[in-house]
Design a protein around this ligand. Structure first.
Ligand SMILES: Nc1nc2c(ncn2[C@@H]2O[C@H](COP(=O)(O)OP(=O)(O)OP(=O)(O)O)[C@@H](O)[C@H]2O)c(=O)[nH]1
Ligand SMILES: [Mg+2]
Length: 290
């Protein structure tokens, strides 16, 4: 399966971000803790050069805690400020104000020297589609200011949200990049729901996720769907059987089983599952957490 999704609205959104970057002190990059590498848009480094940087490991409730910590340590070692959060429950949000002040220390000091008092930090919240940028902003603001939804492409344009006297946030539409250098990246983005489902073959996608999980998280599959390791399409058939996804004549409904399985994964019903690991530590641990 060759995955590519770069609709026109993303080109426009990127241009709008390039315009607004002049006003910005800090880039807050929201990534999905299940795929912290693949959910980073390489264009953001270019866009954000010379800006203070903060990475939010969001949806940390859907990824393994051990790996969340390993990723946080890795990003720190690369010079980023990092906070792991769950925007749905609010876990982790309290730390953010302090980290923002720390990340913007140089700017605050510069302002002070010029006699500018209390100019708010302006932060642009960026990331690929569906990682939870708008949910984070709402949770952090304590009220629903930005539209959210469990599909990619919900936010359509840039929107300023004045949080308080010391911080203003700019919500932006999720953007991808024109060509995935590696198809594994495209697949993982599709697994977590950052690619428009309408352009995907869901059965093939489910088979790919089953292939991966069969290697790393087989116990989970056995427990939930009574699946035996083997050919991914056979495994999908076993899910159809376990979940009574049947067509007329009792044939397996692979499409329905694929949708059900992907939906279970995306919503964390299979437990906390990290899909990629920081460099060096790839082989170190096989742990799953439920
Ligand atoms: N489990 C879990 N779900 C989350 C979390 N944060 C956001 N979500 C869900 O993820 C989905 C996408 O959230 P949005 O805030 O609309 O994502 P976005 O990044 O603004 O997406 P676009 O505007 O489309 O780019 C929603 O269904 C949220 O409820 C989290 O920390 N944990
Ligand atoms: Mg949004």
């Amino acid at each position: 399966m060759n995955i590519q999704w770069y609709p026109g609205h993303m080109t426009k959104a990127k241009r709008a971000m390039q315009e607004d970057i002049k006003l910005i002190d800090l880039i807050i990059e929201v990534v999905d803790a299940r795929i912290p590498f693949s959910s980073r848009n390489p264009d953001i480094d270019e866009l954000g050069k010379n800006k203070a940087r903060l990475i939010l490991l969001n949806k940390s409730d859907l990824a393994s805690e051990t790996w969340n910590d390993a990723w946080a340590a890795w990003f720190k070692s690369q010079g980023f400020h990092v906070v792991k959060i769950n925007s749905k429950s609010g876990v982790g949000l309290k730390q953010i104000n302090g980290v923002v002040q720390e990340a913007c220390k140089a700017k605050i000091e510069r302002d002070r020297k010029r006699g500018i008092l209390n100019r708010p930090v302006r932060a642009m919240v960026v990331g690929i589609p569906n990682v939870g940028k708008s949910t984070f902003i709402n949770a952090f603001a304590g009220k629903a200011c930005a539209k959210t939804g469990n599909k990619p492409g919900v936010t359509k344009g840039n929107q300023w949200i004045r949080l308080n006297k010391s911080l203003e946030l700019l919500d932006t539409p999720g953007i991808l990049w024109p060509r995935f250098e590696n198809q594994e990246v495209g697949l993982r983005l599709a697994f977590i729901g950052s690619i428009n489902d309408e352009i995907l073959n869901k059965e093939e996608l489910a088979a790919e996720l089953l292939k991966f999980m069969g290697e790393r998280y087989l116990e989970t599959l056995k427990e939930r769907y009574d699946v035996e390791p083997g050919d991914p399409y056979e495994m999908l058939g076993q899910i159809a059987r376990a979940r009574a996804c049947l067509l007329k004549g009792n044939e397996y409904d692979y499409k329905k089983a694929a949708n059900l399985f992907l939906d279970d994964y995306r919503n964390g019903r299979l437990g906390r599952m990290t899909l990629e690991f920081p460099p060096q530590e790839e082989k170190a641990d096989e742990a799953t957490e439920r």
